[in-house]
Design a protein around this ligand. Sequence first.
Ligand SMILES: Cc1cc2nc3c(=O)[nH]c(=O)nc-3n(C[C@H](O)[C@H](O)[C@H](O)COP(=O)(O)O)c2cc1C
Length: 427
Amino acid sequence: MGNFVDDKNCRRRFLRLLAASPLLAFSGFSLTPLKRLLLSDSESATNSLAALENIAQGEDLITSPEQALNVMEFEAVARKKLPPAHFGYLATGVDDDATLRANREGFARLQIRARRLVDVQKIDMSVRLFDVTWDSPIVLAPVGGQKAFHPEGEIAVAKAARRKGRLQVLSTVASSTVEAVNEARGAPVWFQLYPTNDWNITQALTKRAEAAGCRVLALTVDQQGPNNRETLLKSRRVDSRQCSDCHLNGFTFNAQVRQRPMFAGLDVSNVNATIPRNVTWDIIKRLRDVTTMKLIIKGIVTREDAQLAVEHGVDGIIVSNHGGRGEESNRSTIECLPEVIEGAAKRIPVLIDGGFRRGTDIFKALALGANAVCIGRPYLWGLAAFGQPGVERVLQIMRRELEIIMRQAGTTSVEQITQAYITDRRR
Ligand SMILES: Cc1cc2nc3c(=O)[nH]c(=O)nc-3n(C[C@H](O)[C@H](O)[C@H](O)COP(=O)(O)O)c2cc1C
């Protein structure tokens, strides 16, 4: 009993401290109920104090985008709001999710070498990609079926991208059409292409994207499915809902493709793969023959393939392992980046994605020579948690964090961020 009273008093002292904390004041959390409780002695006050203690211990969830201190805080809200299988689809890697984790762990090996006594009053984060200037190097990666995360899906993301002036890449298997997304974005997005096994379909998708005004086609080459997404499969075990919005005819690829708006009106009876097993570098020429869009390849992770991309006249590369959803390589994309940069030999732009959660992660990729960085899951956590405002806040937080580290490191423009600003702790 004595301990309980001591615990209670101790808890009370801690919460008083918390109420006075500038951190909490900044977080947007209202302090009035906490202060009121501290003046009360009732049983309910004791219970509420226990609940508040949980908040103090970080077990709380943010209730509005403004409260978020970092992008990870959206993940917990997304997990709570989404049906288990939809969260599983978002979270999954393959096998043991080791490559998914490696994508994050890769950043820890790189340390930032900050320079001092530099005038950092003005920080310019802008980058140029294919003759368009963007306000920051942060790009929204293509992710299929975003209505699984929020009823407005890709449209909400497009509106957020428009407000924040960001580049959006739209997936072939999006849950909205390219025309609708371009309209919501107010400018053409880049279109991500899955080269299906039916050339008529691949051609039709490409032509449709070009007719909609898209100027860049990102050909994804890193999926030789079906692969072993165990986290997704486990999440389905605890989710018995009939999700007819997403899976009218079950979980097979063909059944899902039929439902995707970009395939509407096309005869998809022969389509059975997003990326056919016999696709080779010949596809570059075949695509060149049907489109004048810039053609970039998403999913390159080696020097050899970067060199081949240049030789085949590809216009750009996205270093990607599909967010750890392709092969379980145990290799992070940030570790792949230096050799891809070497292979590309400054002939074409190199973008990267996989595990980017902090401004410092982006800084490290830029220092290694990336031209821009794509993010996947973070903006979907924002979307699932709060719709368009959630996506906007994620974009704002990542931009702000990049600005902070650029200032701290003494780099006032993206061009200034070179290898001199990082060191690899293994060397
Ligand atoms: C739920 C989900 C769906 C995805 N769908 C696609 C897709 O349709 N096309 C594609 O090229 N990449 C797709 N990706 C991969 C992303 O474009 C990107 O490579 C990856 O999410 C980056 O890693 P990150 O999520 O750690 O930021 C998807 C990723 C996730 C998480």
